[in-house]
Design a protein around this ligand. Structure first.
Ligand code: ZN
Length: 377
C-alpha cells in the first residue's frame, strides 16, 4: 500500500531540485515513487499519510567509518594522549567481549540520529556484525579487517548473502598489515566488485615507521612479535599505498591526517575517496586533517564517527557540527550534507539505493536537527 510522507522541507540532494518546501514523498514497498510538493502530489494520492510536521528531512545518513565491535567501550579508553597510548590502552580492554545490549544501544542511537547505512570494520566478528546490521534493518558493508602477515586460504570475507548489505575487505594499516596481505585484500575486494577501506596517514608514528625513522610504536609492535622483518619503504604513507596499488576509485582512505599537498594530489588522481573522522582524531590526539585542501582538491569526501573507543557517540550530526564549526572556508549546507549522503553513497557503490531523495531510491530519510541547520543561516 502506498504511503505519503509530508514535511516542511525536503533537502533531496538531487541536482535538479535540491530543496522542496511543503514537501511530500510517496513510497511503496520501501521504494520512493515520487517526490514533490505536497499540494501537487496529495490530490491524486490515496493511501496512508504521515505528516512529520515542521521539520526538514534529508536522505538517510551513511556513516562511512565505524567499528561497532568496540561499541561497548564508550567512555572507557584514554583520550588526548596520542595514538600509542590510546592503542596500548585499547589492547588492555575486553575487546573480545561484545555484549548484545551494547549493540542494541548503538543501533538505537544510529536510528535516532538518522543513520541508515554503516560502513563498518570488523576485526573479530564479521559474520556476527553482518547479521546484526541485517536484523536491525541497516544497509551495510562489513569490511573484514586484514591485519598481520597471513593471507587466509579461503579468502578474507566470510560467505553469506544478505538483503541489505554485503561483506568486503579492509586493510588495517600500512604498518600492521604485511604488503602481501594488503595486496591480497585489495585484490579480493576488486574480485568481489566491492569497496576497499584502509586507515591511511592517521598519525605521526605511521609517517615515521614508513620513513624508517625511530618510532616508539614500531618498538611496541616488534616487542609483540609483529613486523619483525619490516623493511621501511622510506616513503610517505600515501605514496606507499599508491605504489602498492591500493588506491583507485573503489578505495576509501580513512583519516588522512598526515597528508601533504603531493599526497592529496596522489589521492585525487587515483579517484579514491577520503573518509574524515575529525572527532576521533581529536579524541586520540593525532591532530587535524587538512580538510580544506582535501575538499578544494575535489576529492570525494565522507564523514565517519570511527568507533566508540575513540568518540563520544555515533551521531553523525554531531560529527558534522564539529566539522562545520572548525572548517576554515566556504562550506554550504549542501556540501556538508553531501559528506553524509551522496558522497559516501558513491564511495560505497550504493548510489542507486541511497544518498538522494528521488524516485527509485530506498524510502529512508533523516530529520535534520535545528542546531545543525542554524550553522548555515
Ligand atoms: Zn578505524
Amino acid at each position: 500500500m502506498p504511503e505519503l510522507t509530508r514535511a516542511r522541507r525536503a533537502l533531496t540532494m538531487t541536482p535538479e531540485q535540491s530543496a522542496i518546501d511543503d514537501a511530500a514523498i510517496i513510497s511503496d514497498n520501501g521504494v520512493i515513487i515520487s517526490v514533490g510538493r505536497y499540494r501537487d502530489l496529495a490530490p491524486q494520492f490515496s493511501g496512508s499519510v504521515t505528516d512529520l510536521g515542521d521539520v526538514s528531512i534529508a536522505p538517510g545518513l551513511i556513516n562511512a567509518h565505524s567499528h561497532l565491535e568496540l561499541c561497548h567501550l564508550r567512555g572507557s579508553t584514554i583520550a588526548g594522549q596520542g595514538f600509542m597510548v590510546w592503542v596500548e590502552d585499547l589492547l588492555r580492554q575486553p575487546i573480545f567481549d561484545l555484549p548484545e545490549e551494547a549493540l542494541a544501544k548503538a543501533s538505537r542511537e544510529l536510528k535516532r540520529t538518522g543513520t541508515v547505512m554503516v560502513a563498518d570494520i570488523a576485526t573479530r566478528f564479521p559474520e556476527r556484525m553482518a547479521g546484526f546490521f541485517e536484523k536491525s534493518g541497516f544497509f551495510f558493508i562489513v569490511f573484514t579487517e586484514a591485519i598481520g602477515e597471513t593471507v587466509p586460504e579461503d579468502g578474507f570475507v566470510p560467505a553469506g548473502e544478505y538483503a541489505l548489505g554485503c561483506g568486503s575487505v579492509a586493510g588495517h594499516s600500512l604498518y600492521t598489515t604485511h604488503v602481501d596481505v594488503l595486496r591480497a585484500a585489495k585484490a579480493e575486494s576488486a574480485t568481489l566488485g566491492r569497496p576497499f577501506s584502509l586507515h591511511l596517514a592517521e598519525h605521526d608514528d605511521e609517517v615515521a615507521i614508513m620513513a624508517g625513522e625511530p618510532s616508539g610504536f614500531l618498538d611496541l609492535l616488534q616487542g609483540r612479535g609483529r613486523l619483525l622483518d619490516f623493511v621501511p619503504p622510506r616513503k610517505a604513507p600515501t605514496q606507499q599505498a599508491a605504489d602498492l596499488g591500493l588506491l583507485d576509485e573503489r578505495t576509501l582512505c580513512v583519516h588522512c591526517v598526515k597528508v601533504s599537498d603531493a599526497d592529496i594530489e596522489t589521492i585525487r588522481q587515483s579517484g579514491a575517496s577520503i573518509c574524515l573522522c575529525p572527532r576521533s582524531n581529536e579524541f586520540i590526539g593525532v591532530g587535524r586533517a587538512p580538510w580544506e585542501a582535501i575538499r578544494d582538491a575535489g576529492i570525494n569526501c565522507c564523514l565517519g564517527t570511527d568507533s566508540l573507543a575513540s568518540n563520544h557517540d555515533l551521531n553523525l550530526w554531531n560529527e558534522a557540527v564539529y566539522f562545520r564549526e572548525r572548517y576554515q572556508g566556504v562550506l554550504s549546507l549542501h556540501d556538508m550534507l553531501a559528506m553524509m549522503t551522496v558522497n559516501p553513497a558513491h564511495a560505497m557503490g550504493v548510489e542507486e539505493t541511497l544518498g538522494t531523495l528521488e524516485p527509485g531510491r530506498a524510502a529512508v530519510w533523516s530529520i535534520v536537527p535545528d542546531d545543525f541547520l542554524q550553522l548555515f543561516e
